[in-house]
Design a binder for this molecule. Structure first.
Ligand code: ADP
Length: 448
């Protein structure tokens, strides 16, 4: 369903015209109101009047996470603090959280893009949404909440975690839609199975999952485990929160629409900052075209993806591929670049390996090593009558050593890296308890 058909299907020339106007307003607005941007422009000798439209974006300097940290907490606000109606923070995954301020108008924009996202993800007015994103400073909870209200849904604001309560509400209230992180959706699916709660006792039809990278492997796991269709919702607090882009449930696996009338995307080379052509992988850079509280120009998200127009899609807006990972979260192992999502992708080929996995990185002398810990399916353990066996003994069984050897071989083919594989039994790998899950343990600094 399209929430705002007029804008979501706006012909490209009209969309460009709108973006050009909005960008011209934005550069004047920040030059007049934000000392950081005035200084940035002055340093490169740029007058706002030189920016005629989005084709001129490369003339503008980037904004980085460090710029937000340097101006912590309110230095980048473009309005007096009293005009800010809400404050959020990033989760602080990569360091000190960054602060964002929203005017009442910005909250309207946030609700609009989340409503569009929910509609693209299958939601309709009157459906019930169980919102398992954390409420509080994190943008997920309140972001989805206001968007769902705008769409006209019934919202259950349960927040993240409290698995027993989530399961109870899923059975008693019978919501149509679930929102949470993909790793927490895995937890819920697993806990349902453990308690032998039949899917027929729930009424879930759709899930909008985001806030961390995930692949088709987890999509299959969650869809089967919860009996629904799962789509990807992407966003970051610095830009607005969730609802920067969203997959359409009827266009699965073909990328997420970026609501580019509000957030103009570019892909740049990680090292040179040069804008890359359509389709190429690089760092996603976003410019907030309409926000007033804390607008950002060419914000380097650090997230690695690509952009492309989908001629078969039902909207005109550009699409982005799934996030491979963060540029600063990319592992460099013996000179080879590795995102943990590459390991996750390979797992899909193995019926008897579960998407409960973790990468342990260490340094032996001068050599970096990656060990992949992955849980074997209970089905296989049951078939081998090995449910209660300890991990030390696991590798003694030929079926399992063969499984780990084949997995290692596929990993090598797909990533170019030799990784040690350690099979684990159910429950040995950490699970999400409600929020983002850390799938990489990097012990290299211990040796550094
Ligand atoms: P933090 O950067 O501290 O985690 P946020 O809570 O604002 O702060 O999270 C935004 C980040 O989460 C994004 O920059 C991106 O790295 C990740 N993220 C959000 N949604 C997705 C998604 N659908 N797929 C992959 N990564 C995502």
């Amino acid at each position: 369903m399209l929430f705002n058909p007029a804008i979501e299907t706006l012909p490209l020339p009209k969309l460009r015209k709108l973006q050009n106007e909005r960008l011209r307003n934005l550069v004047n607005y920040v030059y007049d109101r934000v000392p950081f941007y005035r200084q940035q422009f002055d340093e490169v000798g740029l007058q706002p009047s030189q920016i005629k439209g989005i084709d001129d974006l490369p003339l503008l300097p980037f904004t980085n996470k460090q710029d937000l940290r340097n101006n912590y907490p309110f230095g980048l606000l473009a309005v007096p603090r009293a005009e800010i109606s809400r404050i959020h923070c990033s989760s602080g995954t990569t360091g000190k959280p960054t602060v964002v301020g929203y005017t009442a108008g910005d909250i309207d924009i946030f609700s609009e893009v989340v409503a569009r996202s929910l509609a693209a993800g299958g939601c309709k007015p009157g459906m019930m949404l169980q919102n398992g994103y954390g409420y509080g400073l994190f943008t997920g909870g309140l972001g989805l909440h206001y968007g769902a209200e705008k769409l006209g849904m019934t919202i259950v604001p349960v927040s993240g975690g409290m698995t027993e309560r989530q399961l109870m509400l899923l059975q008693d209230f019978k919501p149509d839609v679930l929102c949470c992180t993909p790793s927490y959706a895995q937890t819920l699916a697993e806990e349902l199975q453990k308690r032998e709660i039949p899917l027929e006792s729930l009424n879930l039809r759709y899930a909008l999952l985001g806030a961390e990278p995930w692949t088709e492997t987890i999509r299959q796991h969650v869809q089967n485990g919860l009996g629904l269709q799962a789509t990807n919702i992407y966003g970051l607090s610095e830009i607005i929160g969730p609802g920067v882009s969203q997959e359409d449930v009827e266009e699965p696996g073909s990328g997420s629409y970026v609501w580019e009338d509000h957030f103009y995307p570019e892909i740049v080379d990680k090292d040179t900052g040069e804008v890359l052509p359509e389709g190429e992988l690089g760092v996603l850079v976003l410019t907030t075209l309409t926000k007033r509280g804390m607008p950002l120009i060419r914000y380097r998200t650090n997230d690695i993806t690509n952009l492309f127009y989908d001629q078969c899609g039902k909207r005109t807006h550009i699409k982005m591929g799934p996030i491979k990972g963060r540029a600063d979260g990319m592992l460099i192992i013996r000179g080879v670049n590795l995102f943990y999502t590459q390991v996750e992708e390979v797992l899909q080929m193995f019926e008897h390996l579960t998407p409960h996995y973790q990468l342990i990185v260490s340094r032996e002398g001068t050599m970096d090593e990656v060990e992949v810990h992955v849980e074997v399916s209970e089905k296989l353990l049951r078939a081998l009558d090995l449910q209660h066996i300890s991990i030390v003994e696991l590798c003694r069984f030929p079926v399992l050593s063969e499984l780990s050897a084949t997995f290692g071989k596929r990993l090598k083919e797909n990533t170019g890296l030799t990784m040690k594989v350690t099979l684990k039994v159910t429950g040995e790998i950490p699970r999400s308890e409600g929020g983002k899950l850390n799938r990489v343990v990097d012990n290299r600094q211990v040796y550094a």
